[in-house]
Design a binder for this molecule. Structure first.
Ligand code: MN
Length: 321
């Protein structure tokens, strides 16, 4: 295990699928290869073997999109708590290798807050992941604030992860190109646009004044926001705006990960904008394989102290592992 430099490696955005949830959502198998399905449904041997082969010591596991955001309010709480229970049970034999982020029934915000608390205090989960929008709504809307209030109270982060864009957006932005370039509305661009928008809206909402200790994680090297930070901050401080210190709020409350984005220039930009304390290693397994992530990080020329922060120390402290 570990890297050639003998570093401890924690990967923060590693996924699985819950059979019951996926079957409730009408399958999903059709769109994925058998090899991918085998990995999504594995919470043991295959996962740990591929971690060992690549040198990854620990995975933080979360349900890949689609997740609890797509489940109706009336059945969500029961279905999702069963799902979190199954995940807790499955990872129990590997406490030093596997830890988890909860799924949340966000269509029922109070129940989602309670499920977050139960997942953290009873199941030992380290926070929660939200994938995309809930019923076409961004989570900065006040109806969802009970979830963030509870996250702050429990001092656990919420990971804001993409899902398929809202239908209105697919229609307006992508439909002419989806057939030839299906990834354009997904990992190539659509995921980033929606998730970056979600993050910007969270800052604009004033949520972080209300919950000054709230911690949010973004994957995919911050969904372009580190690169855009100067311009967003400058434009929002032009005359005629409500007062908001975008850079200050974003830099304080957001952590980012390297999931599915193994670019040294993007990493260096992020380090220059946010600092190495706010960046954590992630792969996005099994949608992305472990070796390219590890091989990339081996080549990154940064200090030993920064490597250590990104590979493990920041996660250990943020997640209190
Ligand atoms: Mn992911």
């Amino acid at each position: 295990m570990a890297t050639s430099k003998n570093e401890f490696v924690i990967a923060l955005e590693e996924h699985y699928w819950d059979k019951e949830l996926i079957s409730h959502l009408g399958g999903g198998e059709a769109t994925r290869s058998p090899k991918m399905m085998e990995r999504l449904y594995d919470l043991g041997d295959i996962r740990i073997r591929e971690m060992d082969e690549a040198g990854i010591d620990m995975q933080l596991i979360s349900h890949g999109a689609p997740s609890g955001q797509k489940i109706e309010a009336d059945i969500g709480p029961k279905l999702i708590s069963g799902m979190n229970d199954r995940l807790a049970e499955a990872i129990k034999p590997h406490p030093d290798r596997l830890a988890a982020f909860a799924a949340l029934p966000t269509a029922a915000p109070e129940a989602a807050a309670d499920e977050l608390e139960r997942s953290v205090t009873e199941l030992g989960f380290k926070g929660a992941m939200i994938c995309g929008l809930t019923n076409g709504k961004f989570h900065d809307e006040k109806q969802f604030w009970p979830i963030f209030a509870r996250a702050e109270k429990l001092d656990v982060p919420i990971y804001m992860h993409p899902s398929f864009p809202d239908d209105r957006i697919i229609d307006a932005y992508y439909k002419e190109y989806i057939q030839d370039f299906p990834m354009v509305m997904r990992a190539a661009w659509g995921y980033t646009v929606e998730t970056a928008t979600q993050a910007i809206r969270m800052v604009l909402s004033g949520m972080f004044d209300e919950y000054p200790k709230l911690k949010i994680i973004l994957g995919h090297m911050g969904e372009t926001l580190p690169y855009q930070l100067w311009r967003i901050d400058q434009a929002l401080s032009r005359p005629g705006h409500s007062t908001i210190k975008f850079r200050e709020v974003f830099s304080e409350h957001f952590w980012i990960t390297t999931s599915g984005h193994f670019s040294t220039p993007a990493l260096l930009t992020s380090m220059m904008e946010l600092g190495s304390d706010k960046i954590m290693f992630a792969v996005d397994w099994p949608f992305v394989a472990n070796p390219p992530a590890m091989e990339w990080f081996e080549t990154v020329q940064i200090s030993a102290a920064d490597r250590k922060k990104i590979l493990s120390e920041n996660a250990l402290s943020l997640l209190k592992l």
